[in-house]
Design a protein around this ligand. Structure first.
Ligand SMILES: [Fe+2]
Ligand SMILES: [Fe+2]
Length: 178
């Protein structure tokens, strides 16, 4: 078990959030431009970075550690956040399916993909807002440190954190420069 200071975890998670918010803007841009390759990379980012890397740090380290330390789960903000992770995962899988259908020649799948992407962007933006401004300040004020089997850095390394951020930088250049 490692002892992780809560403010250390929330600092890393807030940095993840900043990068995720950039990815959400890029997803909108890519859909507007009907840029298939960029859309595909961003759907992969939603699964590989947002869900596998970021949500793992939240659920394994911060949330579970806080619950083991006595912070309530049922009926509290952590349960709401975990449910919302499930919704995000579902929407990312729906985007993957619609992208594949579009690429296979189903023209109406693109309009559906745009609708689902909009839902995903709204869902994740409000989720991040609640974590940054409600849950994290609450945990920072009430829990000093959590016990975890894995450190933030281990989870980031296992899930190729740095490669995902590099991919985002490349997409930003491609989509934001006229
Ligand atoms: Fe979350
Ligand atoms: Fe988050």
């Amino acid at each position: 078990m490692v002892r992780v200071v809560v403010k250390h975890v929330t600092k890393a998670l807030r940095e993840h959030h900043d990068n995720i918010l950039v990815a959400l803007q890029l997803l909108y841009k890519a859909l507007e431009a009907r840029d298939g390759a960029a859309i595909y990379e961003l759907v992969r980012f939603a699964q590989g970075f947002v869900d596998a890397c970021h949500h793992s740090v939240e659920e394994y380290v911060l949330f579970f550690g806080a619950v083991r330390g006595g912070f309530p789960f049922e009926g509290g903000p952590i349960q709401v956040m975990v449910c919302e992770h499930g919704t995000g995962r579902y929407l990312a899988r729906a985007m993957e399916e619609l992208y594949k259908a579009w690429k296979a020649g189903d023209e109406k799948a693109l309009a559906e993909l745009i609708d689902v992407a909009r839902l995903y962007v709204d869902h994740l933006a409000q989720h991040i807002d609640k974590e940054n401004n409600v849950l994290f300040p609450m945990l920072e004020a009430h829990v000093q440190a959590v016990e975890s089997n894995r450190s933030v850095e281990e989870i980031e390394k296992e899930n190729n954190h740095d490669e995902w951020i590099k991919l985002l930088d490349g997409l930003r250049e491609g989509l934001m420069t006229p």
